[in-house]
Design a protein around this ligand. Structure first.
Ligand SMILES: Cc1cc2nc3c(=O)[nH]c(=O)nc-3n(C[C@H](O)[C@H](O)[C@H](O)COP(=O)(O)OP(=O)(O)OC[C@H]3O[C@@H](n4cnc5c(N)ncnc54)[C@H](O)[C@@H]3O)c2cc1C
Length: 393
């Protein structure tokens, strides 16, 4: 018989979430769905939360969470599926294709034929904010300065306030940080030469370059290269920027028109430790940040939310004492987070160069991947569900 904790009191099931970005908003919805009363606060007003020009690559682990939270049906029309992912090593002129058959056991889920989806920030946040406003167990406070945040006692505090996390800093939780020499440029373009349901990860000596379908001929580009070079590129006239883009893309992909303003930003490997202190726990970029290679960032953030939901539901069901939740959460998350940070860092280290000693290793790895479906399945599953799938179960 499973051990039961005393039934939780109403005060045990109260939480405050700091930050209403993609992670905080979903964390609040996950807690409320598990029977908790939730306050969520963010200094930005709703209009500013919607504003970012970004698109996220979602994997099946994220789609599963959206399905569980009854958000998938509303978001699916805005999600552009990709059914094929082409991994290209430009220095070796070698290519490997991943398809949905390399992801077995997906039947009955969001869309068994998709390797993943690209979702733009605005439709995502519109749905999340609408769901937060409609949920009777959620008190949403946006555009409130931190000095005016509620201070009443709650059983659980969730810091989802981004990589600078003021809440984490106030709790004196330390963050380890290693900046990459590479930065990242994001831009949306009209592009010819790729199927509209095909994504590309191009490994170039100056850094990885992702080409992600947004539907039709629209694509989101995530271009990694030395930051100073990217900062010069974003200042170019559109025609000159497109010329520079043509020189970076393979000859079969032609960017024809800019659909938004290119933006460059620094990237870093960041990890806060420990992931909890007292009744406070860290989720999303407040806890970790990785290189954008492989589109792991937001999916890793949302697996934090899936784990939080799992433990929160156990507390609500009287199967875990509320005071044990932060420790259980932290124990269940460290391995996935550490492995994703290590794996993305290893990919950047291995593929962002033309080192003669590393080229044969890369050639062998790509040959093996192209030859053996079992290896493609293993690596695509790790990218999709994380290297240690649902370890908290
Ligand atoms: C410039 C930039 C561009 C990016 N582009 C892409 C991209 O193209 N594709 C992609 O997949 N990923 C991209 N990322 C990464 C992606 O944005 C993150 O993975 C994702 O936003 C993480 O979500 P989050 O909710 O954890 O953090 P955030 O989105 O950073 O949300 C944190 C929230 O906390 C709020 N906050 C701040 N201070 C406080 C406080 N004191 N109290 C309460 N709340 C507070 C903020 O207002 C914000 O709403 C980009 C990141 C950056 C910085």
């Amino acid at each position: 018989m499973p051990r039961r904790s005393p039934a939780p009191s109403a005060a045990d099931l109260t939480a405050r979430v700091y930050g209403a970005g993609p992670t905080g908003a979903l964390a609040a919805l996950a807690l409320a769905r598990s029977g908790w009363q939730v306050q969520i606060v963010d200094p930005l007003p709703a209009a500013a939360l919607l504003e970012r020009s970004r698109a996220y690559a979602l994997t099946h682990s994220s789609a599963d969470l959206l399905l569980q939270l009854d958000l998938w049906a509303a978001l699916a029309p805005a999600c552009a599926p990709f059914r094929r992912l082409e991994l290209c090593d430009r220095s070796l002129a070698q290519q490997v294709s991943f398809e949905a058959v390399d992801l077995p056991g997906r039947h009955g889920r969001a869309d068994a034929a998709a390797v993943g989806w690209i979702l733009e920030h605005r439709p995502l946040m519109e749905q999340l904010l609408a769901a937060l406003q409609q949920h009777p167990a959620i008190a949403l406070q946006l555009g409130v300065p931190p000095a005016s945040f509620p201070t009443d006692a709650v059983a659980l505090e969730v810091a989802a306030d981004g990589h600078g996390s003021p809440r984490r800093q106030a709790a004196r939780i330390r963050q380890w940080r290693r900046p990459y020499r590479q930065g990242c440029l994001t831009v949306q373009v009209g592009l010819r030469g790729s199927a509209s349901d095909q994504a590309w990860e191009l490994f170039r000596a100056e850094g990885p370059f992702a080409v992600l379908p947004l539907g039709g001929e629209a694509f989101q580009l995530v271009w990694s290269a030395p930051l100073h070079k990217l900062q010069q590129l974003v200042r170019l006239e559109p025609a000159r920027f497109l010329d520079a883009l043509s020189a970076a893309l393979p000859e079969w992909l032609q960017a024809e028109v800019l659909l938004d303003q290119p933006r460059a930003f620094p990237v870093a490997l960041e990890l806060a430790w420990p992931l909890r202190r007292g009744g406070l726990l860290l989720v999303g970029e407040a806890a970790h940040r990785s290189h954008p290679v492989g589109g792991q960032g937001l999916n890793l953030c949302w697996r934090d939310v899936a784990a939080l939901q799992h433990w929160a539901a156990r507390v609500a069901a009287g199967r875990l004492a509320a005071r044990h939740l932060p420790a259980r959460y932290a124990r269940s998350r460290w391995l996935d987070i550490a492995l994703v940070l290590l794996a993305t860092d290893a990919l950047v280290w291995l593929f962002s160069n033309r080192q003669p000693l590393l080229l044969p290793l890369r050639r062998l790895a790509l040959l093996l991947l192209a030859r053996f479906r079992s290896l493609r399945r293993l690596s695509l599953s790790a990218m999709t569900d994380g290297p240690c799938r649902h370890r908290w179960r």
